[in-house]
Structure formats: structure tokens, C-alpha cells
Design a protein around this ligand. Structure first.
Ligand SMILES: NC(=O)c1ccc[n+]([C@@H]2O[C@H](COP(=O)([O-])OP(=O)(O)OC[C@H]3O[C@@H](n4cnc5c(N)ncnc54)[C@H](OP(=O)(O)O)[C@@H]3O)[C@@H](O)[C@H]2O)c1
Length: 275
């Protein structure tokens, strides 16, 4: 773990590693793309020239600002005719009805869905309950992420059967869930409870210092389960859509915006000790 932490600080603290795949004619969705890793990923996807780049955000205002920040990087360079279409779509992961509406919109309005980066996440320092009655971290990081992944799967299957928009460039649709290496530290003590979700949603059992790590481990376990047992992902044999997690490593972002300075230092110390 110490090696992962050092590698993250050296390689990802100031600059993002660069990647390039030709996404000409394809459609990319990034959730939580108004800031942090989601915004930087969206900027990078733009460079890969997709036909449509959807910024899925809970604040349309912040989404529009993010869109402008992406477009401003390319002002005057690409001809507007061939430039990717950047669209801002509403998605609140703390609201199941918003997740369902977003997935329905994908089904109706997208001709194809080649990359779905499920990036939106929270690290709550304190107990907060969504309007659906779930502790925020559990709903955003785990329940809505998995629900949304399941709901967009059909569109990704349909996409895998379409011809490549640019002849010669083959690319299997990817549904990528942004996980975290902090899952290594997760005690996940509620795993032995008769009903894990009920236990995680019990305020008396809530521990702010382990909630985020627990949600990231839970997210990975559920994704692995789907990759191994969901009929689409378990039998895709490299032809159907791929479901996977990605670990960005320790990265500078807006993630700890709600944390008090004391809590931030305690969390950092805790991480170093665990390493
Ligand atoms: N930063 C790191 O070191 C690190 C390391 C490992 C993994 N990660 C993972 O990377 C992902 C992105 O984190 P980040 O570091 O880029 O944090 P960030 O800068 O705080 O970005 C989080 C994004 O998620 C969005 N989001 C939060 N709650 C949402 C909701 N209810 N509905 C829709 N969107 C919501 C935020 O929107 P608002 O701006 O509107 O709140 C924001 O766009 C997370 O899944 C996190 O677990 C981060």
C-alpha cells in the first residue's frame, strides 16, 4: 500500500496520466463531471474525439460551467462541425427517481453508449440521509452506482452489436466504476450483520472514519459479483460490454471539501499508519 501511495503522489498529484483511444463517432458519459477526476476525465475524453460527450451532473449550472471549461481549451482549434457535442444532463445520485430518469433518457436519446464512467461519489464526514431514506454515502457510492450500471447495461449491449463508427477502429463498450485503493483499509464490520444494508443504514452504527472506505469496498464487491454472475458481463467473451473498476489513486480534487481540517489530518494520518 505504501508503494501505491508514493506512486500516486509522484505521478498523479499534479498531472493526470495521459491516454488516447480514437473514439470518433462514439458516445461517452461521465457522472460527477463538473469537477475533480470526472471533469479531468471528460477533458481527456474530449481529446479522443467522441461524437457525444455527456456530462452527468446534479447541478446543471455547475455542469454548464464545466462544459465551458472544456470547450475553452479547444477554442479556435477544432472546426465546430466535427467537434464533439458536449451535453449537460441532470443526474442526482442521491435520488433514485433521478437515476431512473437519467437511464431512461440514455435509452431514448442515445443511439449508442460506448463508455460509461461511473465516477460520482461522496466522502461524508457526518451522517446525512437522502430523500429515499438512505445514508448518503451508501446511496451515492453503492446503491445508485450499481442501479445506474444495471439500467444502462442494455444500451451497452445494443452498442456492442453496432458497426464501428470509424472503420477499422474496434472498441468494446466499457462500463467503468471509479473505485479506490482505500478499500484495502475498509474494516466493513457490518459485513457480519444479518442484513448488511440495514446495518449500514443505522445511524447508531455509523462511523465517519470508516464509512467511505466501507462504501468503496462494498462497491467493488458488488461490481465483481456482477462481472462474474450477470448474464451480460459473465458471458461477454470480449465481444459484449466490459464491466470493471478503476483505482485512480490518491488524487487532488474537491473530494474533501466538506471535511473539517482536523478530520482531514486525522484521515491522512490514518491512511499513512495503515500503509
Ligand atoms: N480524489 C481521490 O484521491 C480519489 C481516490 C480514489 C477514488 N476516488 C473516487 O473518484 C471519484 C471522483 O472523486 P473526486 O476525487 O473527483 O471528488 P470530487 O472532486 O468531489 O468530485 C465528485 C463528483 O461527484 C459528484 N457528486 C457527488 N454527489 C453526487 C450526487 N448525489 N449526484 C451526482 N453527482 C454527485 C460531485 O458533484 P458536486 O460538485 O455537485 O458535489 C462531483 O462532480 C469518486 O468516486 C471517488 O470515490 C477519488
Amino acid at each position: 500500500m505504501l508503494a501505491v501511495l508514493i506512486e500516486s503522489i509522484l505521478n498523479k498529484w499534479r498531472t493526470m496520466p495521459q491516454a488516447h483511444v480514437d473514439l470518433t463517432g462514439r458516445t461517452v458519459v461521465v457522472t460527477g463531471s463538473n469537477t475533480g477526476l470526472g471533469l479531468d476525465s471528460a477533458k481527456m475524453f474530449y481529446e479522443m474525439n467522441p461524437a457525444r460527450l455527456i456530462l452527468a451532473v446534479r447541478s446543471l449550472e455547475k455542469g454548464e460551467a464545466a462544459k465551458q471549461s472544456i470547450l475553452s481549451l479547444h477554442a479556435g482549434t477544432a472546426s465546430s462541425e466535427n467537434a464533439p457535442s458536449v451535453e449537460v444532463w441532470k443526474l442526482d445520485m442521491a435520488d433514485f427517481s433521478s437515476v431512473v430518469q437519467f437511464a431512461e433518457r440514455c435509452e431514448k436519446e442515445l443511439e449508442r453508449l460506448d463508455v460509461f464512467l461511473a465516477n460520482a461519489g461522496v466522502a461524508s464526514e457526518s451522517w446525512a440521509v437522502t430523500k429515499d431514506g438512505w445514508e448518503q454515502g451508501i446511496q451515492v457510492n453503492v446503491l445508485s452506482t450499481i442501479l445506474l450500471s444495471l439500467l444502462v447495461t442494455d444500451k451497452m449491449v445494443q452498442t456492442s452489436k453496432l458497426t464501428a463508427p470509424k472503420p477499422g477502429i474496434e472498441f468494446v463498450p466499457h462500463l467503468v466504476i471509479v473505485a479506490s485503493d482505500v478499500h484495502f483499509f475498509a474494516p466493513f464490520s457490518d459485513r457480519t450483520q444479518p442484513n448488511i444494508l440495514v446495518a449500514l443504514n443505522d445511524q447508531k452504527r455509523f462511523n465517519s472514519s470508516t464509512r467511505y472506505t466501507d462504501t468503496k469496498l462494498f462497491e467493488i464487491l458488488l461490481t465483481r459479483h456482477l462481472a462474474q454472475h450477470h448474464p451480460v458481463y459473465a458471458s461477454s467473451n470480449g465481444k459484449g460490454p466490459v464491466l470493471c473498476t478503476v483505482n485512480p489513486g490518491f488524487t487532488r480534487s474537491d473530494f474533501h471539501r466538506d471535511w473539517s481540517p482536523v478530520f482531514k489530518w486525522c484521515a491522512l494520518l490514518h491512511t499513512i499508519i495503515k500503509c
